[in-house]
Design a protein around this ligand. Sequence first.
Ligand code: ASN
Ligand code: ZN
Ligand code: CA
Length: 333
Amino acid sequence: EYQAVHNGTGHTVYSGTVELTTTRSGSSYNLTDGARGNHRTYNLNRGSSGTGTLFSGSDDVWGNGSPSNLESAGADAHYGAALTWDYYQDVHGRSGIRGDGVAAYSRVHYGNNYVNAFWSDSCFCMTYGDGRSNANPLTSIDVAAHEMTHGLTSNTAGLRYSGESGGLNEATSDIFGATVEFFADNSEDVGDYLIGEKINIRGDGTPLRYMDRPSRDGASKDYWYSGIGSIDVHYSSGPANHFFYLLSEGSGTKTINGVTYDSPTSDGLPVTGIGRDKAEKIWFRALTTKFTTTTNYAGARTGTLAATGELYGTDSDEYKAVQDAWAGVNVGE
Ligand code: ASN
Ligand code: ZN
Ligand code: CA
């Protein structure tokens, strides 16, 4: 029967009221985004395998803003995937994770009190738990973009998920998790260099990770050191997250969208930022054309410098800033 791309309304848990691209099929609607590679959002209803059921209903209004309404987190996931799709298309000219115009799919309400979200290559899909007390789904924009970016990394550099390359893989997801949130720029998501500040993952309302000074989380490293490849990839990501913050915003104290950051350097020397718009282009180019499965921190420095040289020239302020930002996190020649 006739199917049409439709504009629905989502009442999300974290992003307020948003427009969702949906599909009308006969007399009902479903969460299939025909404008973005047919990205679909499914309800696992606390199951942990398969696809559960595609969200569908007789009106085109999804959720009520409360996580107790099962459609609400579905609206967040559908919205986060759409934003991330638009970000890669509009900012980097890439059509979907593989660049082939085909979308991954999303699954929400995975398991019971499941406090995590993850990407899987085997299903080519993002999956979200409902978090603490099943009341804090892990579906904020930065987390959704983080998980979808694991798909991008897997299909480009393929950074191996252990050792230093694992930290760079994790940082890539945090970096684009943050840039997608800035790209969203809606009333509830103005953008920050914090990851997971909305999902109350620790129960005290603090973010999962901080890019200006990663050690604020009590475990991540601010600076590279020999042996960083032996710690958890969510902590060895610290120096690369910190590099990206320094390259974008520079060292020292700065307030952006009401959040105050204070970013130190390992050598005590100041770094002058070049802005997020340039920094994200450098990281994307390095990820997609320089990094490989075994790239380590030294290789990330070389790769980002090569990307910067191609984009802005080797005599540019941008090239100098990339050198300074890596020095600031103790990655040198
Ligand atoms: N949320 C985690 C991540 O995306 C899941 C994991 O570590 N497997 O890195
Ligand atoms: Zn991750
Ligand atoms: Ca954030």
